[in-house]
Design a protein around this ligand. Structure first.
Ligand code: CDV
Length: 317
């Protein structure tokens, strides 16, 4: 009997700064209903799916970020999503900014949760690989200041037994790091959900000149890293965008569902609210897990120590 999970990727179009949580939740509900009409059992929403992507801005007072974060989950604004998903018997992944008190002080995390079909929170993940800068960028190239507002996630890369398999979560920039997928696949992850907010334009300074990355590369890299992560780790990857022109920044779409073969089996075609679905056979990974990527037989862990022993490159001559 194959372990089939019908998964929906619920891509969001832009969220304006003044758009209320209640209005956004209405949009999430509309997509939940569409996903239900497609027979989905699990819906994956993007990173920071309740508000605009505020870390594009440098607030002089970092505490201005609090207004974009949730102090409890569910809370009255989000409760309708929990209630309706439970009524329909659908689980979901939801990304949001989290504001919490830990170790006697205020902390913010870029967080996602996995909610079961019964409406209970199965697990939480806090983004590990925070991109961007802490301080304003005098060159004007930077468009992401997550390090200014968020702490590095302190929950590791946990996996959760749910939906007849082993589920993992990641958030946006995490998808570019092979360690993300491997840390979860070593715990048996069979399906990794990740939401993202990714600009289509990347600029850097070369000498005194601003240089722009060729336009096609951002969406190429988006799929490249997720397809490689899926294939090398024998797991499904569901990558879901917040897309379109949001507060003057163009976010890429390209939300997709990727099989353990590395194949994209469903892909969004718009940069607006859009639902795509795929039947994810969690047993599809078994062949590779037993052959090429039989970790137990083939990993040479005695040679990998450097990966956790040092952060950056050391060139010895
Ligand atoms: N939200 C993100 O994590 N965005 C990063 C950008 C800044 C590179 C990403 O990896 O898509």
């Amino acid at each position: 009997m194959p372990r089939l999970v019908r998964v929906a990727a619920a891509q969001l179009g832009p969220i304006a700064r003044e758009e209320s949580r209640a209005a956004v939740v209405e949009r999430l509900l509309a997509m939940l209903h569409k996903a239900h009409s497609f027979g989905a059992q699990l819906v994956v929403y993007p990173e920071m799916a309740l508000t605009t992507f505020f870390p594009r801005w440098v607030f002089d007072d970092v505490d201005d970020a609090d207004a974009f974060c949730e102090t409890s989950m569910p809370n009255p604004d989000v409760q309708p999503l929990f209630d309706e998903a439970k009524r329909l018997g659908i689980g979901f992944y939801l990304g949001y900014g989290e504001l919490t008190q830990e170790e006697g002080r205020k902390k913010r995390f870029n967080t996602s949760i996995l909610v079961g079909a019964d409406g209970s929170i199965i697990g939480k993940y806090r983004k590990v690989h925070l991109p961007g800068r802490k301080d304003a960028d005098p060159t004007g190239c930077a468009g992401n200041f997550e390090k200014r507002y968020y702490e590095v996630g302190n929950l590791g890369f946990p996996v959760f037994r749910a939906f007849d398999g082993v589920m993992g979560m990641a958030i946006c920039n995490d998808r570019r790091w092979p360690e993300t997928y491997r840390a979860m696949s070593l715990q048996g992850a069979e399906l990794i959900m990740l939401g993202y907010n990714t600009g289509t334009v990347k600029r850097t300074m070369v000498g005194n000149a601003q240089v722009q990355e060729p336009a096609h590369l951002s969406s190429f890299h988006n799929h490249l890293v997720m397809q490689a992560g899926a294939y090398q780790n024998c797991c499904w990857v569901v990558g879901v965008a917040k897309a379109g022109m949001e507060e003057g920044v163009e976010f890429m779409g390209g939300s997709c569902i990727i099989a353990p073969t590395g194949d994209i089996v469903a892909q969004a075609v718009t940069t607006a609210d859009e639902v795509i679905v795929a039947d994810c056979d969690l047993d599809l990974s078994l062949h590779n897990r037993r052959t090429t990527f039989n970790f137990e037989v083939n990993r040479q862990i005695q040679t990998y120590g450097i990966i956790t022993a040092q952060r950056g490159v050391v060139v010895s001559v």
